[in-house]
Design a protein around this ligand. Structure first.
Ligand code: PLP
Length: 503
C-alpha cells in the first residue's frame, strides 16, 4: 500500500515514488513477513517434502516481463507465500536426505534480515561488519584447527572458495619461480598440473578450468577402498609429471567427500607438497570443521599444515545459504593473489590495502554472510558446534544400523561424515543402476521423504546425507519405509508375481 503522499519524502522529494515507503508501512509489512516466516518454518515438517512447480507457473516465473507501473508494496509477501514457498526443493524439511543442503539456523535468519537493513558492503571502506567478518573467519579457523594468525575471507559458498584457493596457489607457485609475470609466465603456466582425488567435488575441476588449466593438466588420483586419496598413487602421479618436465603446483585433498563422506589423509599430502614445492589445499566444504569433534579428530591430525582450507558454514552449521569461507594460515597469500589498486577506491584511506576486496575476487560483498555466520556461531557456541556435528554422526550411525538390520537393504560405503550409501539387496533381473534411479525418483515423487542417488565405484546407489538439525529418528524410519515401498512398487511394475514383502 504505497502512498507517496504520506511518505517521509512526500512533500520535498522530486520523485516521491518507489522504492521509498512510509515508515509505518514498512514496519507493518516487516511484522507480517516475520509472522509468516515463523509460521512457515513451524509448519514445514507437516507439509510434503517437495512439490514440483506446475509447468504453467514455471513459465510465468521465467517469462520475465516487467510491468510498466510499479506494484503494491505488500504484494512481495503475497508473491512469496503463493508463488514460491509452496514449491520447495525439499531442503529445510526434516525428511530431506539428498545432497548436503541444510535448513537455515534461526539465529541466521534474524541476522540476515538485520544485516540487509544495514546493507554494509564488506569490500571497500571499513565497517563494523568487515571487522566482524575478520573475527568470524578467525572463529572458523580456530574450529578447523588452523594455527593462530590464520585468516581468510567469506565467500558465497564452497565452489567460490575452491576457486580462490586455486588462483592463490597458482600465484604463489609462479611467483616463487619468478614467473608470476613476465616472459616466463606463458611457458610455466602451460605446464602447471593439479592433483585431487577421484572423489573430489566437481567444483575443483571447474575452478581449474576457470583459472585456465586445460583438462589434460588435471590429475584425478585413485582412491583406496574407503574412498580416500591414495598417497602412493598421488606420489607416483606427481613423480611421473616431474619426470615429464611438468610443474605440479597444487594438491587438493577432500575432508568429507560429497558421495561417501570420506576424509583424505592429510599428513602424507602435506609432506609430499612440502618436498616438491606444491600448495596443499583441503576442500572441507562439508567436513572442514571435524578437528574439534573427538570422534573425528584423529583423522584431522596435521590439518594445521595445509596452505588453505575451504569450509561451508551453509552446509555444516546451517548458516543461511550464501556462506562459505576460504581459510589460510598465512593471509598474505590472498593479498598477493588478489590485491589490485584503483584510483577511485583508495583516496584518503590509509588502510585501503587491508580491505577485504584485496583478499578475494568480489568488490561489493554482503554483510549478511558475516552477521548470519556470527549469529549462528554465537547461538551455538563451541559446544554447540561439536554437539551439532555429533548429532549428525549419531543419526548416521542409527541409519546405518537400520539399513544393516533390514534384509532387503545392503549398506555400502559411508563415513566418517554422516552419510549412508545403500542398495536393494536382491534387485532381481534388469539393470540395477536404473532400478535404483527409479526407486529414488519414486521416493521423491511420493513427497514424504527425499533422497538422491550417487555413483560409488561405478554403481548407482541410494544416498542419504544427514545435515538437518530437525531430522529425528522417526524421519529415518520414514525414509526406510519409503525406500522399501518404492522398491515394492518397482517390483510390481516389473510384473513379478511376488507379493510386496513390506507394508
Ligand atoms: C558442496 C561442496 C562443494 C561446493 O560448495 P557450494 O557451497 O555448493 O558451492 C565443494 N566441495 C565439497 C566437498 C562439497 O561437498
Amino acid at each position: 500500500m504505497h502512498d507517496p503522499a504520506s511518505s517521509r519524502f512526500g512533500d520535498s522529494c522530486l520523485s516521491p515514488e518507489p522504492p521509498a515507503v512510509h515508515a509505518k508501512v514498512l514496519r507493518d509489512e516487516l511484522v507480517s513477513a516475520a509472522e509468516w516466516v515463523a509460521q512457515y518454518l513451524n509448519e514445514l515438517p507437516q507439509g510434503p517434502v517437495s512439490r514440483p512447480l506446475p509447468p504453467q507457473e514455471r513459465s510465468l516465473l521465467r517469462e520475465g516481463r516487467l510491468r510498466q507501473r510499479g506494484g503494491e508494496f505488500d504484494s512481495v509477501l503475497d508473491f512469496v507465500r503463493n508463488e514460491i514457498a509452496p514449491y520447495p526443493t525439499g531442503n529445510g524439511h526434516p525428511a530431506f536426505f539428498a545432497w548436503i543442503n541444510s535448513p537455515p539456523a534461526p539465529a541466521g535468519i534474524i541476522a540476515e534480515l538485520l544485516a540487509c537493513a544495514i546493507n554494509a558492503t564488506c569490500g571497500m571502506g571499513e565497517s563494523a561488519l568487515m571487522d566482524l567478518e575478520r573475527g568470524t573467519v578467525r572463529m572458523l579457523a580456530d574450529l578447523a584447527g588452523l594455527p593462530d594468525g590464520a585468516g581468510g575471507v567469506l565467500t558465497s559458498g564452497g565452489s567460490m572458495a575452491n576457486l580462490l584457493a586455486l588462483a592463490t596457489a597458482r600465484t604463489w607457485f609462479l611467483t616463487r619461480r619468478g614467473s608470476g609475470t613476465g616472459p616466463d609466465f606463458d611457458r610455466d603456466h602451460a605446464r602447471l598440473t593439479l592433483y585431487y582425488s577421484a572423489q573430489a567435488h566437481m567444483s575443483v575441476a571447474k575452478a581449474a578450468a576457470c583459472i585456465g588449466l586445460p583438462a589434460h593438466r588435471l590429475r584425478p588420483v585413485a582412491t583406496d577402498t574407503h574412498d580416500r586419496l591414495d598417497p602412493a598413487a598421488l606420489r607416483a602421479a606427481v613423480t611421473a609429471d616431474l619426470d615429464e618436465g611438468l610443474l605440479p603446483f597444487c594438491t587438493v585433498t577432500t575432508l568429507g567427500t560429497t558421495a561417501t563422506g570420506a576424509v583424505d589423509p592429510l599428513e602424507p599430502a602435506t609432506d609430499l607438497c612440502r618436498s616438491v614445492g606444491m600448495w596443499h589445499h583441503a576442500d572441507g566444504a562439508w567436513g572442514g570443521l571435524g578437528a574439534g569433534v573427538p570422534a573425528l579428530a584423529p583423522r584431522y591430525a596435521g590439518v594445521g599444515g595445509v596452505d588453505s582450507l575451504t569450509v561451508d558454514p551453509h552446509k555444516t552449521l546451517s548458516v543461511p545459504v550464501g556462506c562459505g569461507a576460504l581459510l589460510v594460515p598465512n593471509p598474505e597469500h590472498l593479498h598477493t593473489a588478489f590485491a589490485h589498486q584503483a584510483s577511485y577506491l583508495t583516496a584518503g584511506e590509509p588502510d585501503a590495502l587491508q580491505w577485504l576486496s584485496h583478499a578475494t575476487i568480489e568488490l561489493t560483498r554482503p554483510g549478511t554472510r558475516a552477521l548470519g555466520l556470527w549469529a549462528t556461531l554465537h547461538h551455538l557456541g563451541r559446544d554447540g558446534v561439536t554437539g551439532l556435528i555429533e548429532h549428525y554422526l549419531a543419526l548416521a550411525d542409527r541409519l546405518r544400523e537400520r539399513i544393516t538390520a533390514e534384509p532387503r537393504l545392503q549398506l555400502l560405503a559411508g563415513g566418517p561424515w554422516p552419510v549412508a550409501c545403500f542398495r536393494i539387496t536382491d534387485p532381481d533381473g534388469g539393470d540395477p543402476d536404473a532400478l535404483h534411479t527409479r526407486i529414488a525418483r519414486r521416493v521423491q515423487d511420493n513427497r514424504r521423504a527425499y533422497l538422491a542417488t550417487v555413483a560409488v565405484h561405478d554403481r548407482t546407489v541410494l544416498r542419504a546425507a544427514l545435515c538437518n538439525y530437525r531430522t529425528t529418528t522417526d524421519d529415518l524410519e520414514l525414509l526406510i519405509r519409503e525406500v522399501l515401498h518404492a522398491a515394492d512398487a518397482e517390483q510390481s511394475a516389473a510384473g513379478t508375481d511376488q507379493p510386496p514383502q513390506h507394508r
